[in-house]
Ligand binder design. Sequence first.
Ligand SMILES: Cc1cc2nc3c(=O)[nH]c(=O)nc-3n(C[C@H](O)[C@H](O)[C@H](O)COP(=O)(O)O)c2cc1C
Length: 162
Amino acid sequence: MTFTYPAVFTPHEDGKGYHAVFPDLECCEADGPDLEDTIENARDAACNWITVEMDEFDSDLPFSTHVEDMDQYDTILLGYPNWWASIPMPVASFLEEYDFSGKTIIPFCSHGGGRFGQSLTAITKLVPDALLGEGLAVSYSGGSSLSNDVTAWLDENNLPLN
Ligand SMILES: Cc1cc2nc3c(=O)[nH]c(=O)nc-3n(C[C@H](O)[C@H](O)[C@H](O)COP(=O)(O)O)c2cc1C
């Protein structure tokens, strides 16, 4: 049996390791010294959480986070990290889940030097009937021009800040 729940990973404040939470699974959390171990620990924590819940007499597994009414959105700002020169699998699943025909998708991507990689092609293949806005690729380290770059990018997409 396969269960899919989104996990959120944040770096520890002291810069050593990561913390993971599953927004849909109450109090299901994990930590680790690096991303790889944290992912492993988070997977174990989620497996335990689900096993305990399923052992309950009246077990009630929560639904995975889902956009209730995608029809109300015309423009989607799609943020993701460049992974292996493309979009991460959960982002691909998100694009496959809804009908984006006629909507505008504006991608922004953090990267370690590879900018968008092949991610724009991957997005276009998954949602051929959506329009792709002017994207923004940001090096992970940010940089002093970041806020100007973001403002210019929002302007280019007619999404001024205010
Ligand atoms: C599994 C994995 C694959 C990655 N592949 C690439 C890559 O192909 N090109 C690139 O420029 N950066 C790559 N990176 C670096 C990430 O893009 C970078 O760490 C990320 O944008 C930073 O955001 P984050 O702290 O939210 O992960 C990769 C990172 C990970 C974890």
